[in-house]
Ligand binder design. Structure first.
Ligand code: BGC
Length: 707
């Protein structure tokens, strides 16, 4: 390969001729780069015919005929839009993520896509950050389990298969730590926090075989991730032995200049390649300056070859050298009944019953009349932030109103919007109130439009937008029974109106089958078994508020001055991590240990301790409970979180049924990473408190001693 051809493999251009920072390529520019062998990959082009047309240019008209790699953001569905990743995490069932990934992979690969920019493995404690919607929330253990499941679902066992795509664990690293929740903002973390909080889901993605990793837009300790050799080379490639490739984020290499880290584009190219970026998305600094940098000895020829080899390796693994084309006859053109069924089941599994007084839910299908009110009651815009635009245009979500009508065919169902999703117009509230007065029960569907979460969608006020709270309050004043259904992409502050609402169902952005899945839960066809993967703050002023915080020397004590709290609010969230109700009741017995003490030596050698508990359905309906195990290292050489999730299992039990849930704790679960930049994992002797229950506030505990 000539130097030009090598640099070409490192180049990825946008093929959708869309707009975004850093400029876009015209169709001509992409085609002529492919012809000249100066293009390795294209993002955002899809469809068997159009990808094949471009592929033919690369394969048949370029000197070496190296096939292009087509990448796309398939985040929670391609044609069949599944619930947003945050919702999926709420299912506490990694099988949900796996199913999404399998359906996505099949639909995407059939449309010429080889590679998805997912899963997002970023842990975040920032509900203001719009990309919390794309995350699995605030816990590294839960995020790791879901990330691994997604990678397995996308990639399967053989990437040559025509229903699999290569995965990309993103964004490396600590992107979710953006100060103030503003996208792309600074992140400054200790080595210990980096390794204990942000890195584990990436490690899990690689252990599951993730083919690629994407660098993140933020700085880490002052060094932008795209120029961060510690993260990209020392940790990822050397310590973890990652042999896939690192793709930059959109224009991320050139943005090293805006970061104030590189003087100009040539310096950005040199710094990024040297730090470990292998492929440049959208910006063209390596293509423009690479040859000169190499001639002047400012980039290393070995490093360039390494980057090229990493990229070519994936093309071989995908089978592109043998069969570069998508089968135009087999193209999947939309959701089919089986994928819709999967999306509906997934969405219902993700919903979290936050509150349910006086058995308001489930609704009876025999109810005489139902009023559906609120701006999302008759909306097809419940797909979520990363729905593929073509899918959003053709396959909007099933409307709640339609689904309620189908679920309760004998009922008189009326609809009044009341208010818009945003803005201050309250004139429609009167009609909504009249509808509520005339109905046996009212379903108020409120929330955030998907455009208010996702990338570059930070909010400083995370309450319900517009005057939707006024609508809920007005319905409450009728004194008639009602339920609130929330559709949103982030934790919301649910302050004022919460006390007056007898029942609140968190439905997130449920995807293409939204209305049906919401109706399934409202009418009790599906028991709400989802649990919160993030804390819901009482007020923005509490942020960051997360269950796995470290202790202080003065832990909060109610009513005691000089402890770590607020004068005007309790320090704990409105709804805690792991919280969620069911239509039935459960009793979780006291945790049992297979032994009360264990030598550290034995744990290091692979031994484990079993923690078990019985869970019984004590109610009258079949239902789902999520049994959760938390660990607290009582004293360690660095302050450890007050609790850390180390196991969970979602069980479905018939009334009266009992099951024993078993978890195993090993060295990985009890030890931690220190601040040593070389990466030191330590398991220290001493006491550990183990909590088992149905949320992060579980009180039943046992002590384990590591000797
Ligand atoms: C986002 C990535 C995404 C990429 C390509 C960027 O702006 O940060 O998550 O994969 O665009 O669309």
């Amino acid at each position: 390969m000539t130097v030009e051809e090598k640099l070409g493999q490192l180049q990825q251009l946008a093929g959708a001729w869309e707009t975004g920072p850093g400029g876009n390529s015209t169709k001509n520019a992409v085609e002529s780069a492919a012809r000249a062998g100066r293009l390795g990959s294209v993002l955002s082009a899809f469809g068997a015919r159009s990808t094949n047309a471009l592929q033919r240019i690369a394969v048949e008209e370029s000197r070496l005929g190296i096939p292009l790699l087509f990448g796309l953001d398939v985040i929670h569905g391609f044609w069949t839009t599944f619930p947003i990743p945050l919702a999926q995490a709420a299912s506490f069932d990694p099988g949900v993520a796996r199913t999404d990934a399998e359906v996505s992979a099949q639909e995407a690969r059939a449309n010429g896509v080889h590679w998805t920019f997912a899963p997002m493995a970023d842990v975040t404690r920032e509900p203001r950050w719009g990309r919390v919607a794309e995350s699995c929330g605030e816990d590294p253990y839960l995020t790791a389990e879901f990330t691994a499941a997604k990678v397995a679902g996308y990639q399967g066992r053989d990437l040559r298969a025509k229903d699999r795509v290569a995965a990309c664990a993103k964004h490396f690293v600590a992107y979710g730590g953006a100060e103030g929740g503003r996208d792309y903002n600074t992140v400054d973390v200790s080595e210990a926090r980096l390794r204990n909080l942000y890195l584990p889901p990436f490690r899990a993605a690689l252990d599951a075989g993730a083919a690629t990793v994407m660098a993140s837009f933020n700085t880490v300790g002052g060094v932008p991730a795209h120029g961060n050799a510690h993260a990209l080379t020392e940790i990822l490639k050397h310590q973890w032995g990652f042999d896939g490739f690192v793709v930059s984020d959109w224009n991320g290499v050139r943005e090293l200049v805006a970061h104030g880290f590189a003087e100009d584009d040539a310096a950005a190219a040199r710094l990024a390649l040297t730090a470990g970026v292998d492929m440049e998305m959208v910006s063209t600094t390596l293509r423009e300056h690479g040859e000169r940098l190499l001639r002047e000895g400012r980039i290393d020829a070995g490093r360039l070859d390494d980057a090229v080899a990493r990229i070519l390796r994936l093309k071989f693994t995908l089978g592109l050298f043998d069969d570069p084309y998508a089968d135009e006859g087999a193209a999947v053109a939309g959701p089919v009944p089986a994928t819709r069924r999967a999306a509906r089941a997934a969405a219902a599994r993700c919903m979290v019953l936050l509150k349910n007084e006086r058995g308001t839910l489930p609704l009876r299908t025999s109810v005489g009349s139902i009023a559906v009110v609120g701006p999302f009651g008759d909306s097809g815009d419940l797909l979520g932030t990363w729905a593929v635009p073509a899918a959003a245009a053709k396959y909007p979500s099933v409307r709640v109103l339609d689904a309620v009508r189908r679920a309760a065919p004998g009922a008189r169902v009326t609809y009044a919007r009341g208010v818009a999703t945003e803005g201050g117009d309250t004139r429609g509230i009167r009609a909504a109130v009249a509808a509520a007065r005339a109905a046996d029960v009212t379903v108020v569907v409120v929330g955030e439009p998907p455009a208010l979460s996702g990338e570059a969608a930070a909010r400083a006020d995370i309450g319900l937008p517009g005057v939707q709270e006024r609508l809920i309050e007005a319905v409450a004043r009728t004194g008639r029974p009602f339920v609130v259904v929330l559709v949103n992409g982030r934790p919301l502050t649910v302050g004022g109106w919460l006390d007056s609402a007898p029942a609140v169902l968190e439905a997130w952005h449920p995807g293409v089958e939204a209305g049906n899945a919401i109706a399934d839960v409202l009418f009790g066809k599906v028991d709400p078994g989802g649990r919160l993967p993030v804390s819901f703050p009482r007020a923005v002023g509490q942020i960051p508020v997360h269950y796995n915080h470290e202790s202080t020397g003065r832990p909060y004590a109610a009513g005691v001055k000089y402890t770590s709290g607020y004068l005007d609010l309790p320090p704990d969230p409105q709804f805690a991590f792991g919280h969620g109700l069911s239509y039935t009741t459960f009793r979780i017995g006291a945790p049992r240990l297979s032994r009360a003490s264990v030598p550290a030596r034995a744990l290091h050698a692979g031994d484990t301790v079993e923690v078990s508990a019985t869970v019984t359905n004590t109610g009258a309906h079949a239902g789902d409970e999520v049994v959760q195990l938390y660990v607290h290292d009582v004293a360690a050489s660095i302050a450890r979180p007050v609790r850390e999730l180390r196991g969970f299992e979602r069980v479905t039990l018939a009334p009266g049924a009992t099951r024993t849930v078993r978890f195993r704790l090993g060295a990985r679960d009890l030890g931690f990473w220190t601040n040593d930049p070389g990466g030191v994992f330590r398991l220290e002797e001493g006491a550990f408190d183990l909590y088992v229950g149905n949320s992060s506030t579980a009180t039943a505990k046992r002590r384990l001693t590591v000797t």
